[in-house]
Design a protein around this ligand. Structure first.
Ligand code: ADP
Ligand code: GLC
Length: 476
């Protein structure tokens, strides 16, 4: 049995802002099937503390970045959790990364340094008599872990997964002492990045192996366009960098058993869900495809491109039901557009159950992202026979088979891709989509193909297991 410690800032079903939580919630179960037991170290945000009930205290810290803290062990949804209960860092109103206005918490460097430091201490001393063979950190929030491991003289291998390079987790150099970092290592070989402390860089430089969440994004990251300043650092670590595509939890996302929907086994069974979805979103009947989009509303997700290209879809009787929240400017622009078009309906908010109903009821799921490390909603779409229309980038390039003439002739297409990633190409894709949708036979073949795609964690869990195995020295 290999023992892995995850250090991660979100984990479904306890706390989620995006796909990172889904990965942290599903990968441990998939690894368990391959002889890897995972304990997930997670901050004890107020919302998490409210869900854990009775938990054993397995460690205590007198002063963890400004206050006392303890480590609680519990099992929820088959996840073996280590919850870092540090009220001065995590027990507050607002969201997990920022306050109600959307501004980052000013002490985020300390909040996630604490997560990283405790991961390092667990690697040093174990917890509960349990000692990890490997520490696996996710995104910048766990990036300082190898720095703290180095300071403690721990040589446990550290694996770092980049879910999104856009977030560097930078802190002012003035925080060196507050974060307990060694000033002698504040250099470009370690975690100094343009005069700041970069948790992301610390993770990349300190990891024995680095991966990201699709093969194409792993290649994109090496370019200035996608590397967002980290491309040079990643090129230097290229030999240790790989791409492992995300899977989804196929028990949670299963149209045959999903409690939120009228269940179905083949795409023919989608119609009751479609009818219900139109009702929920106040959309009338229409001959065109019913598109859905579920997303954080940010620059990354290409919502502005969508707004520009949308007339091409709507003029052809296509419809769009959109659920999302994020950038207030995008929220307002979407709501205004919905006022102008009866075939566009927008719900601002976060609603897990509704997102399932959208996947079941839609004909098409849109993912027009400017960049997308992996993306999960196109995978849900495949599983639910809701064909993805996606930008040709990152994981979207790797998981969707474009309805090109060749793919259609061979009968293997599962969706549509557009490139370059701009409004004109997206509009052209909407025109193609509406033609395809009217070709009933082809559409059905694509739905069948989509629903047959392997979107589970099986292959990727083996890839992670192999990374761990390659790093762990055989015991005498
Ligand atoms: P990212 O992690 O960049 O946000 P992903 O596609 O990997 O993108 O994952 C997003 C996850 O968050 C998916 O599970 C998606 O269904 C969910 N999600 C995003 N916005 C919402 C929302 N408004 N309501 C419900 N689920 C949402
Ligand atoms: C990030 C990426 C997304 C990916 C998710 C989980 O949030 O934006 O593409 O699917 O992490 O790895």
């Amino acid at each position: 049995m290999t023992k892995a410690l995850f250090a991660v800032s979100e984990c479904a079903p306890l706390v989620k802002t995006g796909g990172l939580a889904d990965v942290a919630g599903a990968l441990p179960g998939a690894l368990a099937d391959h002889g890897v037991t995972v304990r997930v170290l997670l901050p004890g945000y107020r919302t998490v503390m409210g869900q854990i009930g009775k938990a054993a205290t397995v460690a205590g810290y007198k002063d963890l970045f400004g206050g006392p803290a303890k480590l609680l062990a519990c099992t929820i949804a088959d996840l073996d959790l280590l919850i870092l209960d540090a009220p001065h860092l995590y027990d507050r109103d607002g969201a997990i990364y920022g306050d109600a206005t959307g501004a980052d918490w000013p002490d985020n460097p300390e909040r996630f340094a604490a997560l990283s430091k405790v991961a390092a201490m667990i690697a040093a001393d174990g917890v509960d008599g349990w000692m990890p063979d490997v520490v696996h950190g996710h995104d910048w929030q766990a990036g300082l872990t190898p720095e703290y491991m180095h300071a403690l003289g721990v040589t446990t291998p550290f694996v770092f997964t980049i879910h999104n390079i856009a977030f560097h987790g930078n802190a002012d150099a003035g925080k060196l002492a507050a974060l307990g970092l060694d000033p002698a290592r504040f250099t470009s070989e370690h975690f100094e990045f343009w005069g700041q402390i970069s948790a992301l860089k610390a993770g990349i430089v300190g990891a024995a192996k680095i991966n990201t969440v699709s093969q194409t994004y792993a290649e994109e990251l090496l370019t200035p366009e996608f590397g967002i300043g980290m491309d040079g650092i990643l090129r230097a670590r290229q030999a240790d960098l790989s791409g492992i595509v995300n899977g989804i939890d196929i028990d949670v996302w299963n149209p045959a058993t999903d409690q939120n929907i009228t269940t179905y086994k083949s795409a023919a069974g989608k119609s009751a869900n479609k009818k219900a979805l139109r009702k929920t979103f106040g959309l009338g009947p229409s001959d065109g495809p019913l598109c859905v989009l579920v997303s954080r509303l940010t620059e990354q997700k290409g919502i502005d491109l969508l707004l520009d290209a949308l007339p091409t879809l709507l003029e052809r009787d296509g419809q769009l039901a959109l659920l999302g929240s994020g950038d207030p400017k995008l929220e307002i622009a979407l709501l205004e557009a919905a006022d102008r078009h009866e075939n566009l309906s927008v719900k601002i908010g976060y609603d897990e159950a509704l997102s399932h109903r959208m996947m079941a009821g839609g004909d098409v799921v849109l993912v027009p992202s400017r960049f997308e490390p992996c993306g999960l909603t196109q995978l849900y779409g495949l599983r639910y026979g809701t064909l993805p229309l996606v930008a040709l980038t990152g994981g979207l390039a790797d998981t969707v088979i474009n309805a090109s003439p060749a793919a259609l002739t061979r009968g293997v297409a599962t969706g549509l891709q557009f490139f370059p990633i701009n409004a004109q190409a997206l509009a052209n894709a909407f025109a193609r989509l509406c033609d395809l949708y009217r070709d009933n036979q082809t559409w059905k073949t694509m739905q069948r193909n989509a629903m047959k795609q392997p979107v589970d964690w099986e292959t990727s869990a083996v890839a992670y297991k192999d990374i761990y195995a390659g790093l762990i020295e055989p015991r005498p």
